[in-house]
Design a protein around this ligand. Structure first.
Ligand SMILES: [Zn+2]
Length: 198
């Protein structure tokens, strides 16, 4: 993994200097994959694609930030948003079109961590509403659609997708993931799990 030198960029609203990190190169050696599509890769750390200014609270896409600042010794890093902040970012007017909405809603799903909610709380409303909206938007990956159904407790729908994957020779490379997910469906288990490599 080779990190790039951090760039000083500035908030589009108040001009606050921020540090934008990136990698020159990385790889997925030693990575762990979770059923919800999240990956933990020690050699490929992920930096936020969207965030907000710690000074004025303005939301932004990190790639839109212009270089600037200078003259000071240290600047705050661009932070990963919380669940509530990510939900607010969705309503900020900066998320446009299906692809961006899918991207941000997957981040929101992952921001919830490994939780599955059935306590009729506000969290459940947001978590479940987000997953239902993702299903409407139809992300490309079938495994992800099956996983959303599984987490919502819609095991028949999940099984139908998984069985179709497992019957399709052309999808052989995801058979191992699909059969592990199927085993969790058979146990009526809705929790996020870690894929084992075999
Ligand atoms: Zn600002």
């Amino acid at each position: 993994m080779i990190p790039a030198p951090p760039e000083i960029v500035c908030c589009p609203k108040c001009g606050q200097g921020l540090l934008r990190h990136s990698l020159l190169s990385g790889n997925t050696f030693g990575a762990t994959f979770y059923s919800n599509g999240r990956m933990e890769a020690p050699m490929l750390p992920e930096f936020p694609a969207f965030s907000r200014c710690p000074n004025c609270g303005a939301f932004f896409w990190v790639s839109d930030l212009e270089r600037g600042g200078g003259g000071r010794r240290s600047y705050p890093d661009i932070k990963e948003l919380t669940v509530a902040e990510t939900a607010a970012f969705l309503e900020s007017g900066l998320v446009q079109g299906r692809d961006q909405e899918i991207f941000v809603r997957i981040k929101l799903w992952h921001a919830f961590g490994d939780g599955v909610y059935d306590d009729h709380s506000e969290e459940q409303e947001l978590w479940e509403g987000n997953l239902r909206r993702l299903l409407e938007l139809r992300p490309e990956e079938e495994l992800m659609i099956a996983e959303i159904h599984r987490q919502l407790g819609q095991f028949d729908e999940a099984m139908e997708i998984l069985n179709a994957i497992l019957a399709d020779e052309e999808k052989k490379e995801i058979w191992s993931f699909a059969s592990q997910m199927k085993a969790h469906c058979e146990k009526k288990d809705r929790k996020v799990f870690r894929f084992s490599r075999d």
